[in-house]
Ligand binder design. Sequence first.
Ligand code: PMP
Length: 345
Amino acid sequence: MSNVRPTACPDVLGAIGGTPLIRLRRASEETGCTILGKAEFLNPGLSVKDRAALSIVQDAEAHGLIRPGGTIVEGTAGNTGIGLALVASVRGYRTLIVIPVTQSEEKKQTLRLAGARLVEVPAVPFSNPNNYVHVARRLAEKLAATEASGAFFADQFDNVANRRAHAEGTGPEIWEATGGRVDGFVCAAGTGGTLAGTAEALRARNPQVSIALSDPEGSALHAHYTTGTLKAEGSSITEGIGQGRITRNLEGFSPDHSFRIPDTEALGIVFGLMREEGLSLGGSSGINVAGAIRLAKVLGPGHTVVTILCDGAARYASKLFNPAFLAERGLPAPDWLGAAEEPLP
Ligand code: PMP
């Protein structure tokens, strides 16, 4: 994947990647650092996961694992499914998506519109055989055995074509856009592909780059990287991030720093960026920017820290931006959210 956006793409897949870095004003002023967010919400499927989806399908094609008209099956919190559905439309495949019921209606609706068949399952841990990832794997095996054009299990958590998308795309793009002047990189992990792949590329270019994990409550990774034990505590309303195990995409990776970010901290940042900097972002971007601020404070003024703006607010309008939803969970909502419109003069 190139960091240069061509002026004319042969199809929409050519518009994946090559996203700009945006300086985050308030975070930069607060820390005396330059904090940059990589605008992954500008990808055609509106999230960072388009990169992994494209890389996984290209890898499957290169290895003859998928046939024309075949079905791509995946377990996903939504964004990877949306990316896979758009890649599948262009490349001539079908998509079957297994998604936990807890994920936002906006993502489910987007998946249906993109042509994916949706199977909703209860949100249960990975140790439970009914976890969405296991259901997806079993459905892929069944379809592969019964359908003439076959099926392919995308397996984003353990398929390292995911991580490679970031080692060959996201990381080198950050390096080139900053002219190599990047002191820190931080983001949350769902599959871990973005964090481990980007870290791999940046460390290969400068071993001194500080890499940090920004972990939501309810994830076991922060405890793993700080105490050596996978242990989850609390919960988060963010979607697509947090992990209870070391996926294959995270194997061999370890961060220099790790931060555990409560939802209140992430939400304050999301609301501020929306009203003061024109950036409409989802919850994981809030966790990431909170992590970038923490890493900048560790490094001290004058450094450049990069993070990922994973997806946009519209995907969570009924949750993160719904005062009733927030109030039920004891989370603060800004006054302007849901406030009556001012009368016209
Ligand atoms: N943010 C959002 C909104 C996501 O959907 C995901 C992926 N599930 C991530 C962050 C995490 O990315 P990764 O899977 O590369 O760790």
